[in-house]
Write a protein that binds this ligand. Structure first.
Ligand SMILES: C[S@@+](CC[C@H](N)C(=O)[O-])C[C@H]1O[C@@H](n2cnc3c(N)ncnc32)[C@H](O)[C@@H]1O
Length: 351
């Protein structure tokens, strides 16, 4: 067997690059949880000693951490002694209120038990539900999706839907299916308090967080129930499925239930990952490896968590597949909105 040395080097570097990512991820986790990025934000060039004085943390540990950050390209340092968190880096690592904030995503480290569960899934075919994906995974999901939801949902996405703002202002019935910990419900209820809101999710932990969130709120109710079981009341003015249809084992049954729940003049808002059935088009996504890996660990896993699961997975609901499925479920109007969200498309679907 003739070994190509350059190829061997390439695969070695690529493989170790992912291990490096794991090691740096732990450092980002520490930077977030210890408030180090926040302390660096706006501080200009600092030494480990300056940072120790500002944070009360141990100088030696900070110096090593800062060098790790500089090596990772997250802070700038020419001499390994002074370190600068640039404004643009702060928008990703320190400033919680910016849509580009990614620090929260690193707050969750998967428990090794989750890998045991996934190993078993490869043998049996049966995946892990969201609750099976490790303690705290519901917070991880919110941390991942919240910056963009806060930036876009109320100011951009809802106003892009025909006549929905008027209905919400007057007082509408909104049903958020796959609501997770309830962030979208909260943003909507704060923006349009005259409306009433119902959330549905199968995750006990996510529903517990959502119920706690709305404990003192009258117009939001959260049900521990699957999309397939949403009652056919035919009175929902707005149904939302945000980044969750592809996670459901039976999105087809969910769509049929939504058809029964929505009012004849109602609107169904779908947020789904940008994807294509064409591999070559998906390859343009610089985060494709993360997308497919997340699918195996989380989205497809959830979508395979029942024996009859369709297993669509993270990239499984491209626009054409979605349109075909919702048409099959009895919807007749389908509009796609591309709204300045690098990861998702939004769809306005009506009976
Ligand atoms: C990626 S999270 C999105 C949560 C939320 N919509 C958001 O945007 O933050 C997917 C959610 O779908 C939920 N889910 C999965 N299968 C479901 C089903 N059959 N019915 C309702 N929710 C489901 C999961 O429990 C999880 O909370």
């Amino acid at each position: 067997m003739a070994i190509d040395g350059d190829l061997l080097k390439k695969y070695t570097l690529t493989t170790w690059g992912f291990k490096q990512g794991e090691a740096v991820s732990l450092m980002i986790n520490l930077g977030v949880r210890l408030g180090i990025y926040t302390a660096l934000d706006g501080a200009g060039s600092v030494t480990a000693s300056d940072l120790a004085a500002a944070t009360g943390l141990h100088e030696r540990w900070l110096r090593e951490w800062l060098r790790a950050q500089a090596a990772a390209g997250l802070v700038v340092s020419d001499d390994g002694e002074t370190f600068l968190l640039e404004d643009e880096a702060a928008m990703v690592l320190a400033r919680v209120d910016t849509p580009t904030y990614a620090g929260g995503v690193f707050s969750h480290i998967r428990h090794p038990r989750v890998a045991d569960g996934l190993e078993e899934a490869f043998r049996t075919g049966l995946g892990l539900t969201y609750d099976g994906q490790g303690e705290g995974s519901e917070h991880h999901v919110e941390a991942m999706l919240a910056p963009m939801a806060r930036a876009l949902l109320v100011p951009t996405v809802i106003p892009a839907l025909s006549q929905v703002v008027d209905r919400l202002e007057a007082g509408a019935k909104v049903v958020d299916i796959g609501c997770g910990t309830g962030l979208a419900l909260q943003l909507m209820a704060e923006a349009w308090p005259r409306s009433t809101y119902e959330g549905y999710d199968v995750s006990e932990r996510a529903v517990a967080v959502a119920r706690e969130r709305f404990a003192a709120v009258d117009n939001v109710t959260v049900h521990l129930a699957g999309a397939e079981d949403v009652p056919a009341t035919a009175d929902a003015d707005l149904v939302m499925t945000m980044d969750c249809l592809h996670d459901m084992p039976r999105p087809d049954l969910a769509m049929a239930a939504i058809r029964g729940a929505i009012a004849s003049g109602g609107t169904w808002l779908v947020k789904e990952i940008k994807s294509s059935p064409e591999w070559s088009l998906n390859l343009r996504n610089p985060m494709l490896a993360m997308m497919y890996s997340t699918s195996v660990a989380s989205c497809m896993s959830s979508a395979m968590s029942t024996p009859d699961g369709l297993g669509l997975g993270t990239l499984g609901l491209d626009p054409a597949t979605l349109e075909e499925m919702v048409t099959e479920a009895g919807f007749t109007r389908f509009t796609m909105h591309d709204l300045n969200d690098p990861t998702n498309l939004y769809y306005e679907i009506r009976p």
